[in-house]
Ligand binder design. Structure first.
Ligand code: CAA
Length: 403
């Protein structure tokens, strides 16, 4: 059964007897990478595709499916095996992200936030006790994490945090509201950015690990979204929530640096999501163009359609190269800030363009929900907004250029 063979990220590594696949910029994926890619493709086709239209319609993602992603190793791919992760490189991660996103971008954003914002953030910056307590179940997919930076009045302007964490000795008293939080109601571990010393501006911001169920923590309204409708996005309210000091990530005032450096890595994941949405729509358009006839010949025999396909494929390849470059630099422990922002900027832009053309090639069928490209076009838009808008990526890139 394909499902049984499917994945087992950890078993792939064991098979190849290599804790971290290495890769050089020769455009040749290793056997391990190809195995991960194939396993992700099989999972997406066999287990995500069947219910994706229903999940989009009803804005639901079954808990069993989320757990299944954890069992198969998708939720902590880059986390060290010491903390229950797959110990894989970022290239493996973006390959899996692309495959899942071709089919279901709601599943892939859940995966992306857990992997690159929560697990990677905790592994890079958390204490040993935090890794034992929180990272292990998150990387194993037994728990789900959320990254809570955005607020009603602090989206792109992330230094303007209004959520406060008053220092009370051995705990903080947390008060405020977070908005548009991915995994808002399905998570049980929340990384919450909050202001402790407003006079110090961003250097007074902390990141606290908040557990679901802590008194005073309430999950607010679910957003009714244009796209990624299977993913749950909520506001969160904190009223006098007592958070132990041991739950602060890093030293006092480290929260903004933590958020920014974690988001640099997260942006590679969202770029791969955008790429997957684009390549999923392209593959559907290519297939349809070979099936549908107009004016006495296949759509793909019309030059107008051929040129569209040529442009779509070129944009997809260019985005993939930028993403692989950013992933490669990250794996090599080189500065990848600019490369990650460029990858996200470009991939999210071409996801818009490619999905729009895929709908155009499908004509009237592309405008109805059962043809998937309609959903992919709606899903594409968010990649230009979350984890730093297009405009923020341009700020990050230009600051790096002018440094
Ligand atoms: N990497 C590392 N550090 C960075 C950084 C980056 N990319 N960008 C800024 N910083 C650091 C700066 O070096 C500075 O630190 P120091 O003072 O120690 O030097 C500090 O952050 C403040 O930076 P600025 O003075 O430049 O502040 P600014 O207000 O002018 O700009 C910003 C900051 C870059 C615009 C930042 O607010 C930002 O990135 N905003 C976008 C926020 C974002 O991406 N939100 C996504 C929400 S999370 C999400 O979407 C998850 C989800 O659910 C899917």
């Amino acid at each position: 059964m394909a499902g049984v063979f499917l994945f087992y990220i950890t078993s792939i590594l064991t098979t190849f007897n290599s804790p971290k696949p290495t890769w050089s910029m020769n455009f040749q994926l290793t056997e391990e990478h190809l195995a991960v890619q194939q396993a992700a493709r099989d999972f997406a086709q066999n287990e995500l595709l069947p219910g994706v239209l229903e999940r989009d319609k009803h804005q639901k993602f079954p808990e069993e499916l989320q757990r299944r992603m954890g069992q198969l190793g998708f939720m902590g791919m880059m986390t060290s095996p010491n903390y229950n992760g797959g110990g894989m490189d970022t290239i493996s991660y973006v390959l899996a992200m692309e495959e899942l996103s071709k089919v279901d971008a709601s599943a892939s954003v859940m995966m992306s936030v857990n992997n690159s914002l929560v697990c990677w953030g905790l592994e890079m910056h958390g204490s040993e006790a935090q890794k034992e307590k929180y990272l292990k179940p998150l990387a194993a997919g037994e728990k789900l994490g959320a990254f809570c930076l955005s607020e009603p009045e602090a989206g792109s302007d992330a230094t303007s945090q209004r959520t406060t964490a008053e220092d009370k000795g051995d705990y903080y008293l947390l008060n405020g509201t977070k908005n548009w939080i991915t995994n808002g109601s399905s998570a049980s571990v929340y990384l919450v950015m909050c202001q402790t010393d407003a006079a110090k501006k961003h250097k007074g911001i902390n990141c606290l690990i908040v557990e679901r169920g802590m008194p005073g923590f309430v999950i607010g309204n679910k957003e009714d979204k244009m796209g990624i409708r299977g993913s749950d996005t909520h506001s969160l309210m904190f009223t006098d929530v007592k958070v132990p000091k041991a739950n602060r990530i890093g030293v006092e005032g480290y929260g903004f640096t933590f958020a920014m450096s974690t988001l640099n890595g997260g942006r590679i994941g969202i770029a791969a999501q955008a790429l997957g949405i684009a390549s999923g729509a392209y593959e559907l358009a290519l297939k349809y163009s070979k099936e549908r006839k107009a004016f006495g010949k296949q759509l793909c025999d019309h030059q107008a359609i051929q040129f569209k396909l040529a442009e779509m494929a070129t944009k997809i390849d260019a985005a993939r190269l930028l993403i692989w470059q950013a992933a490669y630099l990250k794996d090599q422990k080189k500065n990848f800030v600019k490369a990650a922002a460029m990858a996200k900027l470009f991939a999210s832009q071409i996801a818009q363009e490619v999905t729009t053309e895929a709908v155009q090639i499908h004509g009237g069928y592309g405008y109805v929900k059962e043809f998937h490209v309609e959903r992919l076009m709606r899903d594409a838009k968010i990649t230009q907004i979350y984890e730093g808008t297009t405009e923020i990526q341009k700020m990050v890139i230009s600051r790096e250029l002018l440094r």
